[in-house]
Design a protein around this ligand. Sequence first.
Ligand code: DX5
Ligand code: ZN
Length: 235
Amino acid sequence: MNTILAPSILAADFYNLQTQLESVEAAGATYLHLDVMDGIFVRQITFGMPVIKSIRNHTSLTLDCHLMVKNPERYIHDFVLSGADILTIHLEATDDPGHVITRIHEEGCRAGLALNPGTPIEAAEPYAKDLDQLVIMSVNPGFGGQRFLPSSITKLREARRILQNLNPAARIEVDGGIKPDNLETALFAGADVLVAGSAIFAGDVKANTEKMLHLIEDCEKRLPHTGRAGDTGTV
Ligand code: DX5
Ligand code: ZN
């Protein structure tokens, strides 16, 4: 399966995090999406390096860290030390995204760039060739459980077109409001990493994860060959 499901622990029961992470892993998920919020870039505060480090010590899942952090350049080294595999920064959070992306790579980590719903896709173009993943926010960052913004579909298509020209190996992650009933639309528009928080961590975590993975598998059989990263064998 080329498409990746990235369960977001924002919606998890942190008291039972170990059990819940074992459930997503047992169901076959390979990524974990970790939403770091600093109270400045977004109003909410979630968790940081100590939590990521504790998770790292107990799992081999790919840790996909989404930094909703103002001036993330201050913390790149610390997040890499804590065990992140992918560090995604926000285009809106720094004056020099290109420099931060370079710093992330120099630290031996994969780099992602996230765009808020109000930020046009063209703003990502100057950085596209240097990215491992482009993250299209399909909700305004800050909370889980919001509704998927339909305008994200056009943006995903445009993102796929841009990356096909400039960096076909890069992945496109869609983040926010992904549910069993809209994942197909997101996949067909060009996403190949699907973040899901509330769709996974409410009720039976293992069954929810398995259901979404099955839906993705089924959907992939019907996907046209669109130049997704996975189509070229890149992970
Ligand atoms: C929102 C976060 C998302 C969130 C997604 O700021 O970046 O990753 O956890 O949660 P759902 O899937 O509930 O929209
Ligand atoms: Zn996120």
